[in-house]
Design a protein around this ligand. Structure first.
Ligand SMILES: Cc1cc2nc3c(=O)[nH]c(=O)nc-3n(C[C@H](O)[C@H](O)[C@H](O)COP(=O)(O)OP(=O)(O)OC[C@H]3O[C@@H](n4cnc5c(N)ncnc54)[C@H](O)[C@@H]3O)c2cc1C
Length: 324
């Protein structure tokens, strides 16, 4: 038994950033064990995607191709990956903690008599995997003790995708799983996030997030103007979405989205733990808050102590002027 498999998720032939983060996590594991990393991509025709992945520092790319993998179904994905894992006998299988993975990975691990350590935020020597418990108030440390393979899914934003480096193209192999249409018990419908109006905060590079400090829905255009000037996405803390001032899909936090942009600008957000767990993976955090003791300043790289109703319009004007 050897090697680390990392599953690269694709949708409409596009690879989401969380998959590159899963690859970074696999590289981190590989640095401890010196095991080779093999990237896996599933679909009906993954040739172009496999070539894209092969440019990353991986030992090998395996295309798991089958007509019945064209659309995601838990049965087909579980079957295909079960056969691949039995064939490859890896020590570890790393997956991005996406909705899809949450759907099939527990069944996959159970079918192989293994455990799934899900939503991992850190990997230490051992390897020891850290998961957050009780809305991020506690960290649990987990170590696989069985014969393996150990299945691990990694949280969005927990590992830096940039840590992967380009290298000479890796070899690409094709694995053809045996799947019978009769084994698939569900019929895929339209993807949940198929509409162009929905936002993918998880992939956004620049986020301006607004909290209860904004006071009234009528004041939101102030922050919207800042997001527009910066060319970023607008996000919010939970009370803003609970009030219906912004749609739920823009909520960041433990019961919202997990984000990892290059810049996260928190405007009038106190920094409650449930909010922090959703955005602490941002590369640079800037906070604007009138309370110098607000917990958000503990995670901020830059802090502005001041009234957002003065700071935000001035910042928007300065950004517009700088762009001219
Ligand atoms: C099970 C559970 C799940 C949760 N999930 C989430 C989640 O996913 N996401 C989330 O965000 N929360 C979540 N929460 C709620 C969370 O605990 C906090 O209540 C929430 O994050 C607070 O939002 P806030 O920072 O916008 O508001 P507040 O905590 O009220 O903070 C407002 C901040 O604005 C500042 N302020 C006020 N006026 C001004 C001004 N004029 N200029 C500058 N600053 C100003 C204040 O100093 C204060 O720090 C959850 C709670 C529970 C129990």
């Amino acid at each position: 038994m050897s090697g680390i498999l990392v599953v690269i998720e694709q949708r409409d032939s596009r690879i989401a950033r969380i998959s590159w983060e899963a690859l970074a996590a696999a590289q981190k594991l590989a640095a401890q064990t010196s095991d080779p990393v093999t990237a896996v991509v599933l679909g009906a025709d993954t040739a172009a995607l496999a070539a894209e992945i092969a440019a990353q520092p991986v030992a090998k790319v395996i295309r798991v191709d089958h007509a019945l993998l064209a659309d995601y179904t838990p049965d087909a994905f579980t079957l295909a990956l079960q056969q691949l894992v039995e064939n490859e006998s890896p020590t570890q299988v790393v997956l991005p903690h996406t909705y899809q993975v949450r759907d099939y990975a527990p069944a996959l691990a159970a079918r192989l008599g293994q455990v799934l350590i899900s939503d991992v935020v850190q990997i230490a020597d051992g390897p020891v995997f850290t998961r957050q418990l009780m809305q991020g108030r506690l960290n649990g440390e987990y170590k696989a003790t069985g014969a393996g393979p150990c299945f691990v899914s990694v949280q969005a934003g927990a590992f830096r995708a940039e840590s992967t480096e380009a290298s000479a193209p890796a070899p690409i192999e094709v694995f053809a799983p045996t799947i019978d249409a009769a084994q698939i018990r569900t019929k895929p419908g339209k993807p949940f996030r198929g509409s162009s109006q929905t936002v993918d905060l998880g992939s956004a590079q620049l986020i301006v997030s607004v909290g209860r400090g904004i006071k009234e829905a009528e004041n939101l255009p102030l922050v919207e103007a800042l997001a527009t000037a910066l060319g970023g996405e607008l996000a919010a803390s939970r009370p803003i979405c609970d009030n219906g001032w912004l749609p739920m899909e823009r909520q960041v936090g433990s019961s919202g989205q997990t984000v990892a942009p290059k810049l996260y600008l928190a405007v009038g957000i106190s920094g409650a733990i449930q909010h922090l767990v959703g955005m602490k993976g941002a590369h640079c955090i800037v906070a604007i808050n009138k309370d110098p003791d607000a917990p958000i300043f503990e995670v901020a790289d830059y802090g502005i102590v001041g009234d957002l109703f003065e700071v935000v319009p001035a910042l928007t004007e300065a950004i517009k002027a700088a762009k001219q």
